[in-house]
Design a protein around this ligand. Sequence first.
Ligand SMILES: [Zn+2]
Ligand SMILES: [Zn+2]
Length: 310
Amino acid sequence: MSYGIHLIRFVDGEPVPVSETAIREVLGPVTVGGMPASGLPESWDLEAEDGGASEVYGGTEGLTFNRFSTGAVLDRTAELARRTGAVVLPQDGPAILGDEADRKHLAEPLRADAIVVPSAALTGQTVSHVINPQPEEPRRPLLPDFPYHPNPVATGSVTASDEACVCCGQKRGWVYTGPVYAADAPSTGICPYCIAFGTAAERYGASFTDTVDGDAPRDVVLTILERTPGFFAWQSPYWLTHCGDGAVFLGRAGAGELKAYPSAVEYLRRQWPSGQADGLLDSLDKDGRPTAYLFRCRVCDVHLAHADFT
Ligand SMILES: [Zn+2]
Ligand SMILES: [Zn+2]
């Protein structure tokens, strides 16, 4: 991609210098020829372990990354922004803030459109999603990374759309079509990026899954409830956990599909009265009702499922 990205820290609308040490430590390891013994070069080239590259100009008062690759180089850019509190300012996109509280510090023309990506979520991949590179066929940008729901298009929770997102106002190419739990949230029209970045959850007080079943750390539960596309179920859907972590949702499954997942069948049978288990199992239909919801443990890889019954 041939975009440029600026990294600038703002205080009260004015650029302020960032730590030279941070720049040296984050970019030094991927600087071609290494950093000078002290100070920063006037301009320099980056080459990362994955072969990605970028030209860098500027200094502590602001850096420009030109002709950068996605991947490791962009990860370094994001890391530097996290460490220095700088704003990521893509040439053709909105400023990316690490904290809503910093919006007031931005240069005035940038304030209205800036989007907030909580620092912990600010990675190279996030930046490239915001920049929205012109993709090849199909002409849809990459979806955000959802560790607990890795393919929401396949499960039917995200679908292609040319409409602007009701939350961020941008045309992201995709729209979330699963459930939204909130008193005053729009039930449709939220883009998956606003889910991934936590923007929709924060703005509407919304979650996208009703319940997480079992024990998982608080941050995992919040990630599943607030930053992961949910799915519709005939009965109120819930998210399974295993090995102390949220499980990965793989989609709906009927009796036929479940044959490939004996551990999921075992898991279902344990929840059913033993005399009825065979009949219940046979009645499951991927596209009908009742259906099973298939998960995989992120830790031990075992498959799990729950099913609805009318
Ligand atoms: Zn959005
Ligand atoms: Zn497990």
